[in-house]
Design a protein around this ligand. Structure first.
Ligand code: P6P
Length: 337
């Protein structure tokens, strides 16, 4: 039997692709790998331990904080602090960025932005959830405490991005700008094994993912695009299939493999959209572009946007390039409406 390539082996083998690689990024990815295994273990036994349900407090988003959200945040924060390559972390679960302000960490050259457990509303009903992370080099001088400026960089400046999907199997998918690779956790040996080499999203597909419960609040162009998806047209494979898990990582991962488009537009309930630019949209946009796909806010590439605050929300259109382009055509046609 051919021995699968492990994530650890892959990181070392591909370190040469990373300019100025001093091994720091590799060590950083290793700490993320470890944290993902710990979170996976806790999620898999959540039904058994007293860890389901809300903490009885809200996070800064005003969303009921689930116990697993807090566990995941603490686990990744501890792992990122432990290896010494990171000087600070921005997290969905933390109002402000966390500075690792000691002599060792002030010399570190990376900052991380993360959504430690995305889709947490699905936790108690056993639907897949995920972790999303984004890695930048700090832009303020090493030796000084990290600043907000280090976190508010456009997505094009990312050096790495990835996600973990805790689903029927647990997968870690990431890019360092040289393509996208997927690793599946073999629970019998506790190792992530290369299972999806050089992932490429299909140019088109027949899946659209949107919360149609918000339909009445959508811009006219989005409404018209959804109708387009639902109309019969054998030549273009319509009507498309509607698939919406309510877990961004899971909806994105399925569309990355099968082809499709995920939409979270503006609406009166979410005037700027719901998804966060820094630790949801930017990392997935980096991944999808590396896989040949497209990610925009309906007008501009997500990766070009200049963030202005840590928890900034943006409208999000991501997936197969031909499907995102078609959605844009409807948005432009009905723009003034
Ligand atoms: P809605 C989960 O809270 C999340 O951030 C994404 O994972 C998911 O795609 C979206 O929000 C679901 O939002 O408004 O459709 O429930």
């Amino acid at each position: 039997m051919v021995q699968p390539t492990t994530l650890g082996e892959f990181i070392v083998e591909n370190q040469k692709d990373f300019p100025f690689a001093t091994g720091d990024l590799s060590h950083l990815l290793t700490s993320i790998r470890l944290a993902a295994k710990v979170v996976n273990r806790e999620i898999n036994k959540a039904g058994l331990a007293d860890i389901l349900g809300a903490m009885g407090q809200d996070n800064i988003q005003g969303e009921a904080q689930q116990k697993l959200d807090v566990m995941a945040n603490d686990t990744f924060m501890r792992a990122l602090r432990s290896m010494g390559q990171v000087c600070g972390v921005g997290s969905e679960e933390e109002e402000h960025y966390i500075s690792f302000d000691d002599d060792i960490h002030r010399e570190a050259k990376y900052v991380v932005l993360m959504d430690p457990l995305d889709g947490s509303s699905n936790i108690d009903v056993n639907v897949s959830v995920g972790t999303i992370f984004s890695i930048y080099r700090r832009i303020t001088p090493t030796g000084t405490p990290v600043t907000l400026e280090d976190f508010l960089q456009p997505g094009d400046a990312q050096v790495a991005a990835g996600y973990v999907v805790y689903g029927s199997s647990t997968m870690l998918v990431y890019t360092t700008g040289n393509g996208v690779n997927g690793f599946t956790l073999d629970p019998s040996i506790g190792v992530f094994c290369l299972s999806h080499r050089d992932m490429q999203i299909p140019k088109s597909g027949n899946i659209y993912s949107v919360n149609e419960g918000n339909y009445v609040h959508f811009p006219q162009g989005v409404k018209e695009y959804i109708k387009y998806c639902q109309q019969f047209d054998a030549a273009s494979g319509r009507p498309y299939t509607s698939r919406y898990i309510g877990s961004l990582v899971s909806d994105f991962h399925r569309n990355l493999i099968k082809g499709g488009v995920y939409l979270y537009p503006t609406g009166t309930m979410a005037p700027n959209g719901k998804l966060r630019l820094l630790y949801e949209c930017n990392p997935l946009a980096f991944i999808v572009e590396q896989a040949g796909g497209t990610a925009t806010n309906g007008k501009q590439r997500i990766l070009e946007l200049q963030p202005s605050e840590l928890h900034e929300r943006v409208p999000f259109f991501i997936g197969s390039p031909e499907m995102v382009d078609m959605a844009h055509a409807f948005l432009r046609r009905y723009e003034e409406e």
